[in-house]
Design a protein around this ligand. Structure first.
Ligand SMILES: Cc1ncc(C[n+]2csc(CCOP(=O)(O)OP(=O)(O)O)c2C)c(N)n1
Length: 687
C-alpha cells in the first residue's frame, strides 16, 4: 500500500537545491520518523504474539536516516542500508506492505522470500541489493557499485551505512581507501549509537575521542564530518552537503552521525543487563522524534491536534499493512533449494566444442591469456583486475600480459594489494550487471576474500530470491612443485568445494583451460577458476590451441586413457603424474582408465560411475591434503552409487596432512608424485 511518506521527487530536487529546509519537508520527515517508530512497535507486538521471530529496532536513529533518504534519487542512486535503516527505507519509498511481508517472512516477501531473518532489506527497483548478515561486507560492495556506475557513465551516488562497531572491521578501511583513491561518489554513514551489542565505543575504537570521522581524517578526497544524528535539521544540512560533494565528483564522504539506541540491540537482547538506568534514560532524553516535534510546535509549523491526527492515520496504515501481510501465504517447502545457481538455462544453451583444438601448440598460461583477450574483445561488460595484472608486468605469471595495453586501464587495472577489496569490489560491480574477472595472485592469499566469497558472492542469488546475482570469475594461481613453499603452493579446492552456489574449474591442460575459462566468462554464476602454476609452462600440459569459439562445458569429465582394470579419477597436475604411472603399468600389462574430472562443481558423476562399474576398482588422486579433501567426496559418492560393482576399497592418494615445505627434498615427502601413485595403483591392482 502507498503511504504519504515519500516526498515528490521533483519537489524534493528543487527544494534541495534551494538552501532552506521547508516546513513541508520537516513535516514529511516527522511523518516518516513516526511511521518508523510505530512500525517497530507493531513488529515487537507481533513478535510477542508469536507471529514473528526476530526484530531489530531503528529507534533513536530515525533523523539521520530520513535526512539521508531525502537526498537520494530512488532507482538511480544505489543503497546498502544496514539492519537499523528502516526510516531510510521508508524515506525512499519502500512500501509498508513490503516491510511487513519481509518482517513476517512470507513467501511473497520481496526482499528475501522468507530466506533471511527480518531486517535484511532489499529492493530491486530501488537499487538496494538484498543485504546479508556479516557486519562490514557491504562497504566494499558499495565501492564496487560506485566504480561500475562511473565506468558505465551513470551519474549516481551510492549510500552505505553501519553502526560504529562495524568500523572495526578491516573492510571498512579498505573501502574508504579504494573510494578515496578513485574519488568515488560513495556516502558512508556511520550511525554511532556508542554500543555494538554490549560493547561500548570506548572499547571499540582507537580514534581521537573515539571518533570514527577523526580516525579516518588522513584520507585525501574524503570529506569526513560529524553530526548530531538525532537532530533532523542538522542532519539534513550535513546530508545535503555530503551528496553535493559526492555528486560533483569530489570524492567519497564519511558522515559519523551521533545517535542513541533507544531499544535493546535486538529482540534477543536485554540491554538492562549491561546498561545503567541512567544511561538508558539519558538516551531517551535525546529521542529524535520528540526533538523534531518540539521544534515544529515551537515554530508553529504544526500543532498538537494535527500531530495526533497524523499519528492516528499512521496507526491505521500500519495496522492495515500488518493485516495484509499476516494473511499472505508462507514460503513453500519445495522452493527451499531454488536459486542456488542460475536457473535461466543459459549454461545449457551455450554451444560447446564446436571445433576440435587444432591450432599451434600453446602452453597453459598463454591459453589463459588468449582466452582473456578474446572474451574482453567479445564482451565489453568484462572488467579485469587484481594485483599487478596491468602492463608492463601483466601479472606475476604473465597471464594478463598485453590486456591493459590493448583494452586500456579503464577495463584492465591494478587493484590495491587487498584480496577482500578485490572480492568485495568485484561483487559490487557484478550487481550492476558488469562481468568482473579478477585475479588472486596466489591461492595461499585468498583467505582475506573468503568472507566475501562464502557469505556474499555465492549467496546473492539465493538470499534475494533470484533478484540479484554476482557472477564474478575468480582466477586463482594454485599448486605446488614450483619451489614456493610454504606459502605459494597451496591447493584450495577442498575448502571451496564445500560451498554451494560456486562453480569450480581445475583444468589440467592448455586447451581445457582456454575452453573452460571462456565458458566461465559467459555464465551467470560465480566461478572459481583454478590455475596450476606448475602447469603454466609445462610442455606436457600444452596442447593445440582451440579457436575463439571453443567453449568447454562444466560437468563433463575427460577420459584421458581408456582401460579395463582400474579407474583413476583425478584433476590438475595429478592427471599427468597419474598418466606417467599408468604408462609404466601398461608396460607391465595393466589396463588403467584415467579420468580428468576438469570441473569440481559440477562433478561429472556419470562418467566416473560408468568407469567404476566397468573396472570394479577406483582410486582418487589429488594434490591437496588428504583429510576432507575433494577426494573424500568423490570416494564417498562412488561407494554410495557403485558399491555392488566394487572389487576392492576405493583408495585415495593425496598430499600428507602437512604444510608444503620449500626444499625439494622436503616437498617431495609431502606432495604426491608419479612414484607414489605407481605404488598405490599396483597395490590396488593386486588387491
Ligand atoms: C562479521 C560479523 N561479526 C559479528 C556479527 C554479530 N553482530 C551483529 S550486529 C553486531 C554489533 C554491531 O554493532 P554496530 O556496528 O555498532 O551497530 P549497531 O547494532 O550498534 O547499530 C554484532 C557483533 C555479525 N553479524 N557479523
Amino acid at each position: 500500500m502507498r503511504t504519504e511518506n515519500k516526498i515528490d521527487m521533483k519537489t524534493k530536487r528543487k527544494k534541495i537545491e534551494s538552501k532552506i529546509l521547508t516546513n513541508e519537508e520537516k513535516l514529511v520527515a516527522l511523518r516518516i520518523m513516526t511511521t518508523t517508530r510505530k512500525t517497530d512497535y507493531k513488529i515487537m507486538n507481533l513478535l510477542k504474539q508469536g507471529k514473528s521471530y526476530f526484530h531489530m529496532s531503528a529507534a533513536g536513529h530515525e533523523a539521520i536516516q530520513v535526512a539521508i533518504g531525502m537526498q537520494m534519487d530512488p532507482g538511480v542512486d544505489w543503497a546498502f542500508p544496514y539492519y537499523r535503516d528502516l526510516a531510510f527505507l521508508l524515506s525512499i519509498g519502500v512500501d509498508l506492505n513490503d516491510i511487513f511481508l519481509h518482517m513476517l517472512a512470507k513467501g511473497s516477501d520481496p526482499m528475501t522470500g522468507g530466506r533471511q531473518m527480518p531486517n535484511h532489506w532489499g529492493s530491486k527497483k530501488l537499487n538496494i541489493p538484498t543485504q546479508s548478515s556479516p557486519t562490514g561486507t557491504q562497504f566494499l560492495q558499495a565501492v564496487g557499485v560506485a566504480l561500475a556506475n562511473r565506468k558505465k557513465g551513470n551519474d549516481s551516488v551510492t549510500y552505505v551505512s553501519s553502526g560504529e562497531g562495524t568500523t572495526s572491521e578491516g573492510e571498512f578501511y579498505e573501502a574508504i581507501n579504494w573510494a578515496s583513491r578513485e574519488k568515488l561518489p560513495v556516502v558512508f554513514v556511520i550511525e554511532n549509537n556508542k554500543l555494538a551489542i554490549s560493547v561500548p565505543v570506548e572499547s571499540q575504537n582507537g580514534g581521537k575521542q573515539n571518533s570514527v570521522a577523526q580516525m579516518m581524517s588522513g584520507f585525501e578526497n574524503l570529506l569526513s564530518v560529524e553530526v548530531d544524528g538525532t537532530d533532523f535539521e542538522e542532519s539534513f544540512t550535513v546530508a545535503r552537503k555530503a551528496f553535493e560533494y559526492a555528486r560533483r565528483g569530489k570524492g567519497p564522504v564519511l558522515i559519523e552521525a551521533h545517535v542513541v539506541r533507544l531499544a535493546s540491540h535486538s529482540s534477543s537482547d536485554d540491554q538492562r543487563k549491561y546498561r545503567t538506568k541512567e544511561s538508558i534514560e539519558a538516551d531517551l532524553a535525546k529521542d529524535p522524534i520528540e526533538k523534531l516535534k518540539k521544534i515544529l510546535l515551537a515554530e508553529n509549523v504544526t500543532d498538537k491536534k494535527s500531530i495526533s491526527e497524523m499519528e492516528k492515520k499512521i496507526d491505521k496504515e500500519i495496522n492495515s499493512a500488518a493485516e495484509f501481510a499476516l494473511q499472505q501465504e508462507e514460503p513453500k517447502a519445495e522452493t527451499a533449494e531454488r536459486f542456488i545457481l542460475d536457473e535461466s538455462g543459459k549454461r545449457d544453451r551455450l554451444e560447446y566444442e564446436k571445433s576440435k583444438p587444432a591450432g599451434n601448440p600453446i602452453v597453459l598460461v598463454d591459453a589463459i591469456n588468449h582466452a582473456l583477450h578474446e572474451e574482453l574483445e567479445a564482451n565489453e561488460k568484462i572488467y579485469m583486475f587484481g594485483e599487478d595484472v596491468a602492463d608492463k608486468k601483466g601479472g606475476v605469471f604473465t597471464s594478463t600480459k598485453g590486456l591493459s595495453t590493448k583494452f586500456g586501464e579503464e577495463r584492465v587495472f591494478n587493484s590495491p594489494l587487498a584480496e577482500a577489496s578485490i572480492a568485495g569490489v568485484s561483487i559490487g560491480m557484478a550487481l550492476t550487471g558488469l562481468k568482473p574477472c579478477v585475479e588472486i595472485q596466489f591461492g595461499d592469499y585468498i583467505w582475506p576474500a573468503f568472507m566475501q566469497m562464502r557469505d556474499e558472492l555465492v549467496t546473492y542469488r539465493y538470499r534475494s530470491n533470484n533478484q540479484f546475482s554476482a557472477p564474478v570469475v575468480f582466477r586463482v594461481a594454485i599448486g605446488g612443485y614450483i619451489h614456493g613453499g610454504l606459502f605459494h603452493s597451496q591447493n584450495i579446492e577442498g575448502f571451496f568445494s564445500h560451498i554451494p552456489g560456486l562453480l569450480i574449474a581445475y583444468p589440467s591442460n592448455a586447451a581445457d583451460a582456454k575452453g573452460l575459462l571462456k565458458t566461465s566468462l559467459r555464465l551467470n554464476d560465480p566461478v572459481l577458476f583454478l590455475e596450476h602454476k606448475g602447469l603454466y609452462r609445462q610442455s606436457y600440459a600444452s596442447s593445440p590451441e582451440p579457436d575463439d569459439k571453443y567453449l568447454l562445458p562444466f560437468g563433463k569429465a575427460n577420459i584421458v586413457v581408456e582401460g579395463e582394470d582400474l579407474s583413476v579419477i583425478t584433476y590438475g597436475a595429478m592427471v599427468h603424474e597419474s598418466n606417467f604411472a599408468i604408462r609404466k603399468l601398461k608396460e607391465e600389462g595393466y589396463s588403467i582408465e584415467l579420468i580428468d574430472i576438469r570441473t569440481i562443481n559440477p562433478l561429472d558423476e556419470k562418467t566416473i560411475y560408468n568407469s567404476v562399474k566397468k573396472t570394479g576398482k577406483a582410486i582418487v588422486i589429488h594434490e591437496d591434503t588428504l583429510t576432507a579433501g575433494f577426494g573424500a567426496e568423490i570416494t564417498a559418492r562412488i561407494t554410495d552409487s557403485c558399491f555392488q560393482y566394487l572389487d576392492g576399497p576405493v583408495k585415495r592418494v593425496a598430499a600428507k596432512d602437512a604444510f608444503i615445505p620449500y626444499h625439494p627434498n622436503l616437498e617431495k615427502e609431502i606432495l604426491p608424485n608419479r612414484d607414489k601413485i605407481y605404488n598405490e595403483l599396483k597395490e590396488l591392482l593386486l588387491y
